[in-house]
Ligand binder design. Structure first.
Ligand SMILES: [Mg+2]
Length: 269
């Protein structure tokens, strides 16, 4: 039974947004659970679909919030430049997204294309863009319609923040470009396998001995299942989107309503 298996799991990979934290506030019991797992000798990994921060940025934030055990922290920004290179070679990339995303793509050796020169783009990378404008949306949609492949860190519809609120996620912006261009995006982050595999490699734990803990069925649970991990849906009470979540919660091996519950199932409380 999965509940019994959880006490024998050697490594836990946690989703961040909507799971370990909302905005930059840790969810109740997260700090205690992570410290207890670490003390109990379990390996810890963190994978976030964040399109505006690198793993190093998020590890620093975890440390500032008191999660000193966080070592292996990954986001799609670790690999987006490499994914573009593997699939399309060195590219001229139109980036509609955060400066952090443009920076990692440039660092991977690609040339960045200005919005006004969108016709020169051979790849369009779309992330969550807090400076989104109709001009940027138009440039991205036209470049993709003209044949440039559309690459994105994630297609998550929402970014959960403090107080039960949300911001439109990367997926909401990607979908606008994709619909206008009539093209489906290539997804770099969850639920695609690379981030899960990379985290497990760094933790030195095989998928069968690891559990993924996250709040999203489409990105965390389906993605982790596909690489052979045990899956735990974090579904706390009082979330505005909880009912929709419960309807397909059966896809997860386990559903927990709190980190205290997870801590007792993992045998560390
Ligand atoms: Mg999440």
């Amino acid at each position: 039974m999965p509940a019994r298996l959880l006490s024998t799991v050697r490594g836990f990979v946690f989703d961040l947004d909507g799971c370990v934290w909302n905005g930059s506030v840790l969810n109740p019991g997260a700090s205690e659970l992570l410290a207890a797992l670490h003390r109990g000798g379990r390996a810890l990994g963190f994978i976030s679909n964040n399109s505006r921060a690198t793993g190093d940025d998020l590890r620093e934030l975890l440390h500032r919030l008191g999660v000193g055990a966080a070592r292996h922290v990954l986001t799609p920004l670790e690999i987006i430049g490499e994914v573009i290179r593997q699939r399309f070679g060195t590219a001229r990339v139109l980036v509609v997204g955060a400066p952090e995303m443009a920076a990692v793509i440039a660092r991977a050796g690609h040339e960045l294309v200005d919005v006004k020169d969108y016709r020169a783009a051979t790849v369009v990378a779309v992330g969550n863009d807090f400076d989104l404008s109709y001009e940027r949306l138009t440039a991205a949609a036209r470049a993709v319609a003209g044949g440039a492949p559309l690459v994105t860190p994630n297609v998550d519809p929402r970014l959960p923040i403090e107080g039960g609120e949300f911001l439109p996620g990367c997926g909401a912006i990607v979908e606008a470009v994709a619909v206008a261009a009539g093209v489906r995006p290539i997804v770099v982050g969850k639920p695609e396998p690379p981030l899960f595999r990379m985290a497990l490699e760094r933790m030195a734990v095989p998928p069968a001995a690891a559990a993924m803990v996250g709040d999203s069925i489409p990105s965390d649970i389906r993605g982790a299942k596909a690489v052979g991990m045990l899956t735990v849906l974090y579904a706390p009470e009082g979330r505005t989107d909880a009912p929709a979540r419960r309807a397909d919660a059966g896809e997860a091996d386990l559903v927990v309503g709190s980190f205290a519950e997870l801590s007792s199932l993992a045998g560390v409380s």
